[in-house]
Design a binder for this molecule. Structure first.
Ligand SMILES: [Zn+2]
Length: 163
């Protein structure tokens, strides 16, 4: 990867990470996403299934919805999606439907990740849509944000039980 592309990826992933922090602040699993077209962020969102009472309210789905509305087009071919955690099966499906040009994620998700970890849906030969994928961009802060979120939640539960 060129230095220029790496810097660009880190810059946009930082914005996704800021979205993830907003999720943590309201008690949602901290995952954030931004969708970039050219040099413009056209959508940004964080994970909020609890607040929305919506199991599909993952960060990725929300940026696709926002961008579809603003572009008045459900195809988002020339965009790059930045997300702080490896997308799940549902989100990979939505990403394929949207024909996203490039996907960049930060941390791997061993249990649910559907790009490289639990499943490798994007590597499936049967897809007619080929997408560029990069991973590990700002991996450490993204992973740390999620781990500290679950650590705090565990500690809070323990405190509840012992009080
Ligand atoms: Zn998802």
């Amino acid at each position: 990867m060129s230095d220029e592309l790496r810097l660009r990826d880190e810059c946009y992933m930082q914005l996704a990470l800021e979205q993830a922090e907003l999720a943590a602040q309201v008690g949602e699993v901290p995952v954030g996403a931004v969708l970039v077209q050219g040099d413009e962020v056209i959508a940004s969102a964080f994970n909020r299934p609890i607040a929305e009472h919506d199991p599909t309210a993952h960060a990725e789905i929300q940026v696709l919805r926002q961008a579809g509305q603003s572009q008045q087009n459900y195809r988002l071919c020339d965009t790059t999606l930045y997300v702080t955690l490896e997308p799940c099966v549902m989100c990979v499906g939505a990403i394929l439907h949207a024909r996203i040009g490039r996907l960049v994620y930060a941390a791997a998700e061993p249990k649910m990740g559907a790009v490289d970890s639990a499943f490798s849906l994007l590597r499936d030969e049967r897809h007619f849509h080929r997408m560029q994928v990069a991973s590990g961009v700002l991996e450490a802060p993204s992973r740390e944000l999620i781990q500290s979120f679950f650590r705090q939640r565990r500690d809070a539960k323990k405190a509840e039980k012992s009080s």
